[in-house]
Write a protein that binds this ligand. Structure first.
Ligand SMILES: *Cc1c(COP(=O)(O)O)cnc(C)c1O
Length: 395
């Protein structure tokens, strides 16, 4: 059977500057390799308590029901939507990119009557955009993506929160790319349900989805008339494992929990504000560098995310050749465009541990070489010089 043995595992060294996964911090990788304990081991139960406390600190909430769902960011989406929605419930979903579209699909599968409100890709929602849909469909839940990874647009949550609550609905927020990269204020913005993922700005591999539910959301969930469609993601059952009862539900991904635990420690050691400032500084440096090459952003100036830079591919440049050159010659992964942006945009991530000057300067230098080969005209070294100009000011 020796011929059934596949080659030894030897993943190439990559710099992950796409839309996720992003670079994992070495301390997180070390945590992953620690010895596995049982999911009811007293040590593990202690770890869960600490992790809940750290998640509350990072999400800026006192919500009791704050935990990590076993699965990637999409499992967080599925968990929040399917627990809040019963078949026939009305839900409004805001769509200005791929992930809003995914939320529509998840909500429809959960049996929601979905009213979809669209904005052009790269733009964000104002209260006026939602008024009519809220008045007409009287939703139980309004879902919105805070950091749309397909377009690089940042949705201010505070501006729509009041309108949503005045209409009697609960506010559900996708913070998969937001958490760790920009401020997320669950209590202050009165978010009822929120989910994130480990693999974007938390410097961790994909595998867990931090979630938090307000007390109001939990009351609604515990008063459901029908069982949650998903046994695995039923929060009322998960609450008994994460709460004092410690009732076995499913075997927790122990080592992923170690990883997230260490990632949260790193984030809190750095400090939320310092971490957000680091993301902003590296974004500004990248942006200055790209501008020096004549490359423009795809989202409105006012709403650009620091951790996901969606930019238009310069005219005449071969999208695939550049991305392939970055990967094979420099080990750098960036993202291509999705949906409406396919073949038109690049998505350059500066998320979590990947948001470093090293990566910005390496990427700009490599990009200059590849663009020059494609016949693009610019002053050699201009992008690196422009980025360094930003670093010299420190902000
Ligand atoms: C990546 C992403 C998701 C999905 O997360 P997965 O980890 O790929 O399942 C959902 N929403 C947003 C905004 C994302 O960026």
């Amino acid at each position: 059977m020796a011929d059934a043995i596949a080659p030894e595992l030897q993943p190439p060294v990559r710099v992950l500057m796409g839309p996720g996964p992003s670079d994992t911090h070495p301390r997180v990788l070390a945590a992953l390799s620690a010895g596995t304990v049982g999911h009811l081991d007293p040590y593990y139960l202690e770890l869960m308590n600490h992790m809940q406390q750290m998640l509350r600190a990072v999400m800026r909430t006192n919500n009791r029901m704050t935990m990590a769902i076993s699965g990637t960011g999409s499992a967080g989406m599925e968990a929040t939507v399917t627990n809040l929605i019963e078949p026939g419930d009305s839900m409004v979903v805001c769509v200005n990119g791929v992930f809003g579209g995914r939320m529509v699909d998840v909500a429809e599968r959960a049996g929601a009557k979905v009213t979809r409100v669209d904005r052009p890709w790269g733009q964000v929602f104002e209260p006026a955009d939602l008024k009519e849909a809220l008045a007409k469909s009287k939703p139980k839940v309004v879902g919105i993506v805070m950091a749309e990874t397909s377009t690089g647009a940042r949705q201010p949550i505070e501006v729509i929160s009041k309108l949503v609550h005045d209409s009697g609905a609960m506010l559900l927020v996708d913070a998969v790319t937001a958490l760790g990269g920009i401020p997320v204020e669950v209590d202050k913005w009165k978010i009822d349900a929120i989910y994130s993922g480990t693999q974007k700005c938390l410097s961790c591999p994909p595998g867990l989805a931090p979630v938090s539910f307000s007390d109001r959301a939990m009351e609604v969930i515990l008063a459901r008339k029908t069982k949650v469609q998903s046994w695995y993601l039923d929060v009322s059952m998960l609450a008994k494992y994460w709460g004092e009862e410690r009732v076995y539900h499913h075997t927790a991904p122990i080592n992923m929990t170690y990883a997230l635990y260490e990632a949260l420690r790193l984030l809190l050691e750095e400090g939320l504000e310092a971490c957000h400032a680091r993301h902003l500084l590296n974004h500004r440096a990248l942006k200055a560098g790209l501008a020096a090459l004549g490359i423009r952003y795809a989202s409105d100036e006012a709403n650009q995310l620091p951790m996901l830079n969606a930019v238009w591919i310069p005219e005449g440049v071969d999208d695939v050749a550049v991305r392939k050159g970055l990967l094979t010659r420099f080990g750098i992964e960036i993202g291509g465009g999705l949906g409406d942006f396919k073949g038109k945009a690049w998505r350059i991530g500066l998320m979590g541990h990947a948001s470093r000057a090293n990566n910005v300067l390496l990427f700009l230098g490599a990009l200059e070489q590849l663009l020059a080969e494609q016949g693009c005209k610019f002053t050699p070294g201009a992008s690196v010089a422009a980025a360094n100009g930003i670093y010299a000011t420190g902000k």
